[in-house]
Design a protein around this ligand. Structure first.
Ligand SMILES: *Cc1c(COP(=O)(O)O)cnc(C)c1O
Length: 381
């Protein structure tokens, strides 16, 4: 057996083998998958903007004007006028001095964390942070300290141990697999006391949480208190690519030091055109964000009525923890047969013993379909 075969056998024996699924058709929060029509309950396209006619038209127009690709990295000849325009628009939306586009959220987090957490420093990372932050910490020359999830006492202790070394705290705003919020007010207060830098990843906050979808940092009145806010164009904004909001000095530093910005091609014009239009829609139609929230409330309420351990609220990410990975996969398949597509999420994406269906409500779902899906899941459980 080769090492690859041995690894695959081991993954399979643990019930953790992953395979790609191909969507045959998608529209309006539904999919066709292996000939089965199903409600799409596991997409991060929260507002349905990837399919919005104006967003598609903007992508096509950007391709016509600028071409299919940017042709070079940002520092060579890849920064087109529309990249700079979107950066200004995002900085205004988030209330930051500057903004810098990256190729993806994964690239933004790895690049920013590795650049800012330099030799001789300490980076403090929440135990449930996204894999891209974990990898950013691995690439960073700073020592990494992982603190217990959302635990301010553990963070305070880790900061005390960091002593005089430069400290960087990094956290998801909304945790991607659980939908819970980081205790940002407490984190910012601790950071201020210790002179630490704070990086917050709003991948699931932008377009979802806060006033008009401006994120958790804005909702808590912490704009300007958080040093670096990372966001992605690929979730609520329905496109692809990512951005980093910060002050002008940090922007200049990242342009010089973030390797994933320097050594990777600038995001393609159609993605940027689409994201600009999506951002315009979010700004001009806050009712869309409200619709997402009311759908999330409806989904959560019905799951609660059906006996699932789900809190009421407006957060569209809803984990249904099953525990065993095979049981989670089985429930996922039976739900798909019954017209509900919620991909099972297994380790190492989530901790051992917490395999789950991770449901995500969208603005373009019908409330009645969400209620019916919750009842289907309750029946199959
Ligand atoms: C999805 C996600 C990312 C990665 O963003 P991409 O643009 O998809 O690469 C980063 N952080 C969090 C918390 C995410 O959920």
């Amino acid at each position: 057996m080769t090492d690859v075969e041995a690894a695959l056998a081991q993954i399979g024996a643990a019930g953790l083998l992953r395979e790609l699924r191909t969507i045959e058709q998608t529209a309006g929060g539904r999919v066709l998958l292996d000939g089965r029509d199903a409600l799409l309950l596991c997409s991060n396209d929260y507002l349905g903007l990837a399919q919005h006619p104006a967003v598609r038209a903007a992508a096509a127009a950007a391709a016509e004007q600028w071409g299919a690709g940017a042709g070079a990295s940002r520092l060579v000849s890849g920064t087109l006028a529309q990249h700079a325009q979107l950066e200004r628009e995002l900085a205004a939306f988030k209330g930051s001095e500057a903004c810098l586009l990256f190729g993806s959220g994964f690239l933004a987090n790895t690049g920013v964390v590795a650049a800012l957490a330099g030799r001789g420093g300490v980076v403090l990372s929440d135990a449930l942070n996204h894999a891209s932050i974990v990898d950013g910490c691995r690439l960073a020359a700073a020592e990494t300290v992982v603190y217990a999830h959302a635990d301010l006492d553990a963070l305070a202790a880790a900061l005390a141990r960091a002593g005089d070394r430069p400290a960087t705290i990094v956290t998801d705003a909304i945790f991607s697999m659980d939908g819970d919020r980081a205790p940002l007010e407490g984190i910012v207060a601790l950071a201020r006391r210790h002179g630490a830098r704070v990086i917050v990843d709003e991948a699931h906050g932008t377009g979802v949480v806060g006033p008009g979808g401006r994120g958790l940092v804005a909702e808590l009145g912490l704009t300007g208190e958080v040093d670096v806010v990372v966001g992605t164009l690929s979730k609520a904004l329905g496109s692809y690519g990512a951005f980093v909001c910060c002050d002008a000095r940090t922007h200049a530093f990242l342009v010089n030091r973030a390797r994933t910005l320097i050594y990777s091609t600038a995001p393609p014009p159609p993605s940027i055109g689409a994201a600009r239009e999506a951002l315009r829609i979010v700004r001009e139609q806050p009712a869309l964000v409200e619709r997402l929230r009311s759908n999330a409330r409806a989904l959560r309420a019905e799951l609660g009525r059906q006996g699932f351990a789900v809190e009421p609220g407006e957060m569209p990410i809803v984990p249904l923890v099953v525990g065993d990975p095979r049981a989670a996969m089985e429930l996922c398949e039976r739900a798909l047969d019954a017209g509900v597509f919620a991909q099972a999420i297994r380790p190492p994406t989530v901790p051992d013993g917490t395999s789950r269906l991770r449901l995500v409500a969208r603005a373009d779902h019908d409330e009645a379909d969400l209620v019916a899906a919750a009842r289907t899941l309750a029946r199959l459980r």
